[in-house]
Design a protein around this ligand. Structure first.
Ligand SMILES: [Ca+2]
Length: 273
């Protein structure tokens, strides 16, 4: 073999090597040595086809997931809307009310809201008939018909009858009141305590008051605020409906714990949520 023929053979091997070098490298990497470029390209095309099939399959799965997410999102929006309606409804209708006697405001530390403020009233203290409870009259009454003739109850404004007591400065002054709304559904007035029991929240505390024991007009027991106020311009002695302190008498009323002649306290409590 001459030098020219040998050079030609070496060149041919070199060209074949160059043509297959990437195939050989790739073959080492994936463990499938190829024998020529066409087989290598076939494998590449086969992988491309498989990748395209995988992409199409994943795209379909993603589309399905997006569709289900969209449906769930709509369901969540619907549930949120229903929850908002229920919460609004509960916020407006749930809870209860009580009257804070002696004040025109509701406690500012209990979450209670003022429904309206007004003036205390009731039957005249010497009238044996009529209603038996104090009323908290609003300041903006709305009247209906005004029939004349016949018989009826007579309603009077109420005043403190507290001469000779530690509230003598309020004696004969007219009594304000406030109707308060609390979010709690349970409100309780406890006589003879000015502190609520555990689990209950104090709305306000004060002193138990009602009509005089010897007056014909009987009233309910009301819890007068511990720091009562007077209605401006209402200090005249009108003696309509009257508020007196209440004190205990020992006997069937056990002393102790009760004390003869001691003014009884009171507290209005709401149940904690
Ligand atoms: Ca009086």
């Amino acid at each position: 073999m001459n030098i020219s023929a040998l050079s030609t053979i070496i060149m041919l091997y070199f060209v074949v090597f160059i043509l297959c070098i990437d195939t050989i490298v790739n073959g080492f990497e994936n463990g499938t040595l190829c024998y020529n470029r066409f087989e290598y390209e076939y494998h590449v095309l086969e992988k491309l086809v498989k990748s395209e099939q995988d992409r199409t399959r994943l795209s379909g799965m993603l589309s399905n997931v997006y569709s289900r997410l969209s449906d769930k999102s709509k369901e969540i929006e619907s549930l949120d809307s229903r929850i908002n309606i229920l919460e609004t409804s509960l916020g407006v209708t749930a809870g209860s009310t009580y009257i804070r006697w002696g004040r025109t405001t509701c406690p500012n530390d209990t979450g209670s809201e003022l429904v309206y403020k007004g003036l205390a009233a009731g039957p005249q203290h010497n009238h044996p008939g009529g209603g038996s409870n104090y009323l908290c009259l609003p300041e903006d009454p709305i009247f209906g018909e005004n029939p004349t003739g016949g018989s009826r109850e007579l309603l009077y404004g109420a005043e403190y009858e507290t001469t000779g007591t530690f509230m003598s400065n309020l004696h004969n002054n007219d009594v304000p009141c406030a109707v308060c709304k609390t979010k709690s559904t349970n409100v309780l007035m406890i006589p003879a305590r000015n502190v609520c029991y555990p689990g209950w929240k104090t709305e306000y505390s004060g002193y138990l008051m009602t009509s005089h024991y010897n007056h014909p007009s009987q009233k309910n027991y009301a819890c007068m605020d511990a720091d009562p106020k007077a209605i401006s311009g209402g200090s005249a002695n009108q003696n309509g409906a009257l508020f007196y302190f209440v004190e205990g008498r020992c006997g069937s009323l056990k002393c102790p714990p009760y004390i003869e002649g001691h003014e009884l306290t009171c507290v209005v409590c709401s149940l904690l949520p």
